[in-house]
Design a protein around this ligand. Structure first.
Ligand SMILES: O=C([C@H](O)CO)[C@H](O)[C@H](O)COP(=O)(O)O
Length: 213
């Protein structure tokens, strides 16, 4: 099991500051969609250059032109790129094909997918690297989470790694860990914490303990 830090509400200097604080307690750093909107793929490039030993995920939430957009994120230094599960199979196939050429990985974000089990099965067969259940900010505001969706994809996914994102905090992490995802993604649960380093360190400890069992 691994831990990914999602950075959504920062600019590039702010992102560097947070990563410098918690780098030893995370496996992957995510340049979130709002950061890419504000700063462009330059944010991915600068974080990869500043922290070469960390894997960097570009949360582009690709919906079309999968191959082209994966190529651009790869050029910027992204190791993992996100594509939406609601997009057409041709988009996901194009993304996977380009990622293979560039030696990168594709994560499919299942945000707003209605038939989670059925679509996860189809997407798994397309050769993606991760399938991620995700309660986005708008769903979180309605009190939703993706714990049940994680259990649903765990039942059907055979080759991809499984991941979960959306509002995970120290208090809810044990419930998430129980469902045994390969990757836990945390944004505000670390960045909104008074002591980011302590929160990341505690989360990493819990994740690695679970992985060792
Ligand atoms: O993907 C995300 C969201 O859609 C905004 O772009 C977040 O990175 C993801 O939800 C994790 O952040 P938290 O919900 O704050 O843990």
């Amino acid at each position: 099991m691994e831990l990914q830090l999602a950075l959504d509400l920062v600019d590039i200097p702010g992102a560097k500051q947070v990563v410098a604080e918690v780098a030893e307690y995370i496996d992957i750093v995510e340049i979130g969609t709002p950061v890419v909107i504000n700063e462009g793929l330059r944010a991915v490039k600068e974080i990869k250059e500043a922290f070469p030993s960390l894997r960097v995920l570009a949360d582009l939430k690709i919906m079309d032109a999968g191959g082209y957009e994966v190529m651009k994120a790869s050029e910027a230094g992204a190791d993992i790129i996100t594509v939406l599960g609601v997009s057409d199979d041709s988009t996901i196939k194009g993304a996977v094909e380009e990622a293979r050429k560039q030696n990168k990985k594709i994560m499919v974000d299942m945000i707003n997918v209605k038939d989670i089990e059925g679509r996860a099965k189809e997407i798994d067969a397309l050769g993606v690297d991760y399938i991620c259940v995700h309660s986005g900010y708008d769903h979180q505001a309605e009190g939703k989470n993706s714990f049940e969706e994680l259990m649903a994809i765990k039942r059907v996914v055979q080759r991809a790694k499984t991941a979960i994102a959306g509002g995970i905090k120290l208090s809810t992490l044990p419930e998430v860990i129980k469902a045994n995802p390969d990757l836990v993604i945390v944004g505000g649960g670390i960045t909104g914490h008074q002591d980011k380093k302590a929160a990341a360190s505690e989360m990493m400890k819990m994740v690695k303990q679970a992985a060792a069992v």
